[in-house]
Design a protein around this ligand. Sequence first.
Ligand code: HEM
Length: 76
Amino acid sequence: MLFNENRGQPKLRMRHMTFKVGALERDRWLVHMLNAVNELAPDDLIRDEMTQYFVKAAEHLRNDTGLPISSAQYPR
Ligand code: HEM
């Protein structure tokens, strides 16, 4: 079963708002995720695509920047 069928729209930023995600958390998370990608990706093209996605997405989930979009009160 797909994530969306089971849990609805991912709403990743909203679902991570209850946790502090700063540069440290982003980087710790990335170390583990990219280790898994390096171990499991079937070829270089897929590994590079996944790496690019995760680096961008992990930065996107930061909620410690002080910008309005990083606040739990920001209207969605
Ligand atoms: C590409 C980046 C990321 C993706 C795609 C991602 C994806 C997800 C997903 C799908 C969930 C489950 C949400 C739900 O179903 O309720 C989740 C939970 C979580 N994520 Fe992430 N995440 C990312 C980055 C991060 C980062 C950078 C952190 C910071 C440490 C983080 C910490 C957490 C925590 C603490 C939970 C909750 C776990 C739980 O409730 O058991 N994630 N994430």
